[in-house]
Design a protein around this ligand. Structure first.
Ligand code: THU
Length: 131
């Protein structure tokens, strides 16, 4: 496992809190200046409060001032490897469509750009607010 971002994602996966779905996810994200952040999914007994690994990784970066994310590695324990959910795609899109997304399952791997995963993101023009 040469990729340090993958190593971080695997560490996060080991810390996933997924007692309800038993679907553990680890994610690690890297900035253009080489900083790395990671997160795991954190489930809750009130199921809808669950937060995905990808969003926790992004939040960890944003909290330290990171914005220019270039690469995301997601690790799960099932094949085929799962791409990020729709909510996470939209959250990731906030920081740019160029993000390279690599997802690793048990033995398989898939890659996309964020733009390919979310071709029509929600946007609005914040300078022309309604009444
Ligand atoms: N999950 C993620 O962590 N990332 C995704 O992109 C999709 C789903 C988590 C949420 C929940 O804890 C479990 O996977 C099953 O949905």
């Amino acid at each position: 496992m040469a990729d340090p971002l993958e190593r971080l994602a695997r560490t996060a996966l080991a810390h996933a809190h997924a007692p309800y779905s038993r679907f553990r996810v680890g994610a690690a994200i890297e900035t253009d200046d080489g900083r790395r952040f990671f997160g795991c999914n954190v489930e809750n007994v009130s199921y809808g409060l669950t937060v995905c690994a990808e969003r926790n990784a992004v939040a960890a970066g944003v909290a330290e001032g990171a914005r220019r994310f270039v690469r995301l590695v997601i690790v799960t324990e099932q094949d085929p490897p799962a791409p990020p959910c729709g909510a996470c795609r939209q959250v990731l899109m906030e920081f740019g469509p160029e993000l390279e997304v690599r997802t690793l399952g048990r033995t398989e791997e898939r890659r996309w750009t964020l733009a390919a995963l979310l071709p029509a993101p929600f946007r609005f023009d914040a300078t022309t607010k309604g009444s």
